[in-house]
Design a protein around this ligand. Structure first.
Ligand code: G4P
Length: 282
């Protein structure tokens, strides 16, 4: 299997990000808690140089708690502020306000020394597609927040959301494209659904996913689908098909359908909370 991205999109997205990043003090970078490193684009460290940095382990509800904590400690050790969140349900989102103040304290102090008081911190949310940027912005902004873009004196074309007296958030998130030479990174992005299934062979992907599960989470597939899983990956996929009545012509296992079902079960958390990469592997 070979995974690739489209350079045209990347260049445009990067240009937009370079424009917007000039306006902000704090980069709020969302990563997927199930693959916190593979869902980052390393360019962000260069783009976000000299900015305050906050990493959010989003979709923390889908990843194992002990690994969420291990990843938080890992990123903090690298000098980032880091918080685990569930943007969909709002978990962890409230605590962001105090973390933002803490992450930006050097800037606030610099302003104070120059006699600038109460200038709000300006923040931008960035991350790869589907990592939850829009969901997070909505969760953080809530309904009560004023969109400030239409007021006079505000940069034309830019919408800022005033979160409170001390923070403004750029309404449009920055899109980073995943970047990888290592195909195992591409594979993990495909597992979580960041690379659209139509550009991949779904059955091949499901087979690789089964291989991962057998190694890292033995017993989970056996229990979920009431099958024996100590056999080859294609046999396991067939057994899932039979167990879930994914059949063609009456009785033959429909592997394509079973693959879709398996991947959807994983992506929607129905296989339980699973983490696909671990800080002690780095
Ligand atoms: P993006 O702007 O970065 O592209 O991502 P977006 O907010 O559109 O979110 C992508 C998908 O991830 C959405 O699901 C969203 O509901 C889901 N999501 C975002 N944050 C979380 C989280 O913390 N936990 C979980 N479990 N899911 C999250 P969708 O299937 O596209 O839409 P929907 O079925 O939720 O409506």
């Amino acid at each position: 299997m070979h995974f690739q991205w489209y350079p045209g999109h990347m260049t445009k997205a990067k240009r937009m990000m370079q424009e917007n990043i000039k306006l902000i003090d704090l980069v709020i970078e969302l990563v997927d808690a199930r693959i916190p490193v593979s869902s980052r684009n390393p360019d962000i460290d260069e783009l976000g140089r000299n900015k305050a940095r906050l990493i959010l382990l989003n979709k923390a509800d889908l990843a194992e708690e002990k690994w969420n904590d291990a990843w938080t400690a890992y990123f903090e050790g690298q000098g980032y502020a880091c918080v685990k969140v569930n943007s969909k349900k709002g978990g962890g989102v409230k605590s962001i306000h105090s973390v933002i103040q803490e992450a930006c304290k050097e800037k606030i102090e610099r302003d104070r020394k120059r006699g600038i008081l109460n200038r709000p911190v300006r923040a931008m949310v960035v991350g790869i597609p589907n990592v939850g940027k829009s969901t997070f912005i909505n969760a953080l902004a809530g309904r009560a927040c004023a969109r400030t873009g239409n007021k006079p004196g505000v940069t034309k074309g830019k919408q800022w959301i005033r979160l409170n007296r001390s923070v403004e958030l750029l309404d449009t998130p920055g899109i980073l494209w995943p970047k990888f030479e290592d195909q195992s990174v591409g594979m993990k992005l495909a597992f979580i659904g960041s690379i659209k299934d139509e550009i991949l062979q779904r059955t091949e992907l499901a087979a690789e996913f089964i291989r991962f599960m057998q190694q890292s989470y033995p017993g989970v597939l056996a229990q979920k689908y009431a099958i024996g899983e100590d056999t080859g990956v294609w046999e396991v996929l067939e057994r899932i098909a039979v167990s879930r009545h994914c059949l063609v012509r009456g009785s033959e296992p429909d592997l394509e359908k079973a693959a879709g079902l398996l991947l959807d079960d994983f992506r929607d958390g129905r296989l339980g909370r699973l983490t696909l990469e671990y800080p002690d592997q780095l």
